[in-house]
Ligand binder design. Structure first.
Ligand code: ZN
Length: 278
C-alpha cells in the first residue's frame, strides 16, 4: 500500500512554515497591469500595489518563480517534470486529464488520488495543476519599507501591424534595498520536498533567478534574510522519504540558514522519486 500523504488534502500530518525577509539587490518591477498602455502617448506603467499603495510581490509570482527555478533543477538531475505552462502539464501529457476529471466528478476519491500520485511530477504535486491545489502556499509579500523610482524608457510597439512605433514609457520600479516579508506554508511535505524548496531559494538568493520584469536590464535580483523554519507533525512523509529531526531553524544570514537546513537538501539529493509513471 503506497503512502499518498504528500498528495492528500483530507489529512494533515505535517505543517511547515518558512518565513523571513526578501531584500531586492537590483531594481524590481512587478507590474500592475498594462491595460492603459497606449503606444502613442507618454504612458506611466506602475508597479503592483496594495490598497494603501505599498508595492506587492504576489504569492502567484513567487509560485511561478519557484516552479520555473525548480523545473531547471529537476531537469539538470534528469528528473521528469512538466513546465505547468499552457497545455504542458503532467495529467495532460500522460493523457489522464479527462479520466482524472471524470474520477473527481464521480467522487472516486481513492482512484483519483492514485492517478494524481502516479501521473504527476514533483512540481504538479507541490505547486498544483488543473483542479488540484498545490501543497505549498505562498503569501503575498507586501513591503512596508521601500523606495519607488521611475525610469523613462523607449517602448517599441508593433501591435498595429504597421511600422514599429517608438514611444516613451515611464516605468515605475522598487529601488534596491527595499524589504518585503516572505512566507510559505507547506502541507504534508516530505523532507526531500523541503530540501527542494530550500535549493530553489538558494538559486534565487545566489542570483541565478530574477523576479518580475525587465530581466534583460538586470532587474529582479533578490536575497533572503532573517529566515526561520518550523515543522510541526511527522518527521517523514511517504515511503520514499527519510526522517529528518530538525523542527526549528532561525538564522539572520541565508548561507547559515542553508547550512542548518543541509539535512533536507541531502534528503532531496538522495531521494529516488517514484513518480510520474511512464
Ligand atoms: Zn507535472
Amino acid at each position: 500500500m503506497v503512502d499518498y500523504t504528500f498528495a492528500r488534502k483530507d489529512v494533515l500530518k505535517r505543517t511547515v512554515i518558512i518565513e523571513g525577509n526578501v531584500i531586492n539587490t537590483a531594481p524590481l518591477r512587478i507590474g500592475g497591469g498594462k491595460a492603459n498602455f497606449s503606444p502613442s502617448s507618454l504612458a506611466r506603467d506602475e508597479v503592483l500595489k496594495d490598497v494603501l499603495g505599498n508595492p506587492v510581490i504576489p504569492g502567484s509570482s513567487w509560485k511561478g518563480v519557484f516552479r520555473s527555478t525548480g523545473e531547471r533543477i529537476l531537469r539538470s538531475r534528469n528528473v521528469k517534470v512538466c513546465s505547468g505552462v499552457g497545455r504542458d502539464y503532467c495529467l495532460n501529457n500522460k493523457r489522464k486529464a479527462d479520466y482524472f476529471q471524470r474520477l473527481i466528478k464521480e467522487e472516486k476519491v481513492e482512484e483519483a488520488l492514485k492517478t494524481f500520485w502516479d501521473y504527476t511530477c514533483l512540481n504538479c504535486k507541490l505547486f498544483g495543476t488543473m483542479s488540484v491545489i498545490g501543497s505549498v502556499r505562498f503569501l503575498d509579500s507586501v513591503s512596508s519599507s521601500y523606495t519607488l523610482g521611475v525610469r523613462t524608457m523607449v517602448a517599441i510597439s508593433r501591435e498595429d501591424g504597421a511600422a514599429a512605433r517608438r514611444a516613451l514609457l515611464t516605468v515605475e520600479f522598487v529601488e534596491p534595498g527595499s524589504v518585503f516579508p516572505f512566507k510559505l506554508i507547506g502541507y504534508n511535505l516530505p523532507n526531500y520536498a523541503i530540501g527542494y524548496l530550500i535549493k530553489i531559494m538558494k538559486n534565487i538568493n545566489d542570483e541565478y533567478v530574477q523576479l518580475g520584469g525587465l530581466k534583460t536590464r538586470g532587474f529582479g535580483f533578490v536575497r533572503f534574510e532573517n529566515l526561520s523554519f518550523t515543522s510541526q507533525g511527522d518527521n517523514k512523509i511517504g515511503d520514499e522519504d527519510k526522517p529528518v529531526e530538525i523542527t526549528h531553524v532561525k538564522e539572520k544570514d541565508f548561507n547559515n540558514f542553508f547550512e542548518q537546513m543541509k539535512k533536507f537538501v541531502e534528503a532531496f539529493e538522495s531521494v529516488s522519486i517514484p513518480y510520474p509513471k511512464e
